[in-house]
Design a protein around this ligand. Structure first.
Ligand code: SIN
Length: 518
């Protein structure tokens, strides 16, 4: 089966949906998503979206906070552009029907999170992402030019490689013509040809066993670009959120929003002592990397698997009014957060690196744009400032839409693209091996490529992962595709890239950004 569409959008989170809405008036748009339309990382975002909207705040302050959190590795031009566009982008969200909380005077009720020197986070209670996803889904579903295909898993970008040309990573003329995608309900491969493709596939939290990301975050976009010989950047900078609920039986981990520390929550060790000032003068509101490392160190000192977040001194009105999702979730596991401290532990949360894009969201592959967590824009540097991720997704979808609308007039659909050929492949007899390998990959990354890394651990991780990598490539060649096999392959490739980049960073500058090296 073949589909032709002017724009192909892969992924249905904020980046994909807002891009679709911005280009759809004069063109056909197809959005594909590998499970259901609103199963996205966006839906789970609790904290909010950072933007300068109050008199006491300034662009200079938001820019400075972003640069400081990024540990000197942000691209200043990107930071300035995104921060200065933010208020316009917030207006887009409002026009699409998103509701943000307001205070009694009618102004936005702004929250504060780690690394922010001002209250500047717009939010909808503690389920901001869910509210944004709701509003955008409604708009997209009623747009006549947008087609949504669920259960459609992008397998590989189509490039000159599929026309028989040797494509190498140093080439500057690689072009994207669309994707091969697996219809996961009928188990057939569809060829989708597009003039412009937007990659909005999100992150790869599931290379780790303990992550706040939904199960769909398996690095599919990053791995596809890697295989298509596109350029990636900053792959070693995986952000660990300091405060995931410690509940070992539950995966993914439930997030305890940083906004709770912004509202006054205090981190304490298992003896009930506050510890953050030992590590940073900003205490519990230091940037995320510093807090995650401090917690890791405290857990090692005390031999515990968690520390506590103490919110008992916050009023019940604050807890229920601002954090109803967290309050009810904790209650469901028998923790009344107005009476008891919350056991928390860091968990893999966000990929600061990914597919390298320029200021117009163009990747190194022509006609392929990327936005959101899959991309590396230069905004986050080594460590993302809290609530800058929804902002970045929205900003780069906008930059891409503006650029792509100029370009599309000059692009034709590719001709003579062959159908996917799976002759000679069979269903793998031992599906259990795939599940087992996924677990092994997650354990390897968690044990050896976590918050604290060392040369020896990275070497061990590389050796272990390499064996699974080769076994999986062998299996992949012989097998009819299944979503789980494709995800396993993507997880391995992204894990490999993280290890490789972590080693290279250590050797080139030896800095202790985001993760520390022992
Ligand atoms: C949170 O609410 O702590 C997460 C927000 C973010 O990842 O920026």
């Amino acid at each position: 089966m073949q589909i032709l569409t002017d724009y192909l959008v892969i992924g249905s989170g904020l980046a994909g949906l807002s891009f679709a809405l911005k280009v759809a008036d004069n063109a056909t748009v197809t959005i594909i998503t590998k499970t259901e339309f609103n199963v996205t990382n966006t839906s789970l975002a609790q904290g909010g979206i950072a933007s300068v909207t109050s008199q006491s705040d300034s662009f200079a302050s938001h820019i400075n906070d972003t640069l400081v959190a990024g540990a000197g590795l942000c691209d200043r031009a990107v930071v300035e552009k995104v921060v200065e566009y933010a208020p316009d982008l917030i207006n887009n969200l409002l026009q699409w029907g998103t509701h943000f909380d307001t205070s009694q005077d009618g102004n936005f009720d702004l929250a504060r999170e780690g690394g922010h020197s001002e209250f500047r986070v717009l939010h909808h209670k503690d389920n901001t992402g869910y509210e944004i996803q709701r509003a955008l889904c409604e708009q997209v579903r009623k747009h006549p030019n947008i087609t949504i295909i669920e259960h459609c898993f992008a397998i590989d970008l189509i490039t000159q490689h599929h026309l028989g040309k040797l494509v190498k990573r140093h080439l500057t003329d690689i072009e994207c013509y669309g994707v091969y995608a697996l219809d996961t309900q009928n188990n057939s491969i569809i060829t989708i040809l597009s003039k412009i493709t937007m990659l909005a596939t999100g992150g790869a939290g599931h290379i780790y066993s303990n992550t706040t990301n939904p199960a769909v975050a398996t690095g599919d976009g990053i791995a596809m670009v890697y295989r298509a010989k596109g350029i990636l950047d900053n792959m070693e900078f995986v952000q660990f959120h300091p405060t995931a609920l410690y509940n070992p039986k539950e995966q993914p981990s439930f997030l305890i929003s940083e906004a709770m520390r912004g509202a006054g929550g205090i981190l304490k060790d298992t003896s009930g002592n506050e510890f953050m000032y030992k590590y940073d003068e900003r205490g519990s509101l230091a940037p995320r990397d510093i807090v995650a490392r401090a917690i890791d160190s405290e857990m090692k000192i005390h031999g515990s698997d968690y520390v506590y977040l103490d919110c008992r001194h916050l009023s019940k009105e604050t807890l229920l009014g601002h954090f109803p999702t967290i309050y009810n979730k904790c209650l469901s596991v028998s923790i009344d957060i107005s009476q008891q401290m919350i056991p928390i532990t860091p968990a893999a949360h966000y990929f600061c690196g990914g597919v390298k894009v320029n200021l117009d969201a163009q990747t190194s592959i022509h006609h392929l744009y990327a936005a959101g967590e899959v991309s590396c824009t230069g905004l986050h540097g080594a460590n993302r400032l809290a609530s800058n991720s929804l902002l970045e997704a929205l900003a780069y979808a906008d930059f891409a839409a503006k650029h792509a609308q100029q370009k599309i007039q000059t692009i034709e659909f590719a001709q003579n693209i062959p159908d996917w050929d799976d002759k000679g492949t069979t269903r793998p007899e031992e599906m259990i091996l795939i599940t087992q390998s996924v677990k092994e990959v997650q354990q390897i990354l968690s044990h050896y490529v976590g918050i604290v890394r060392s040369e020896m651990r990275l070497k061990r991780a590389f050796n272990r992962l390499w064996t699974i990598y080769m076994e999986t490539e062998e299996l992949y060649k012989q097998s009819k595709l299944s979503p789980r096999l494709c995800e396993l392959r993507n997880l391995i490739q992204v894990g490999y890239l993280v290890i490789k980049a972590a080693n290279a960073r250590k050797k080139s500058i030896g800095l202790h950004y985001m993760v520390s090296y022992e």
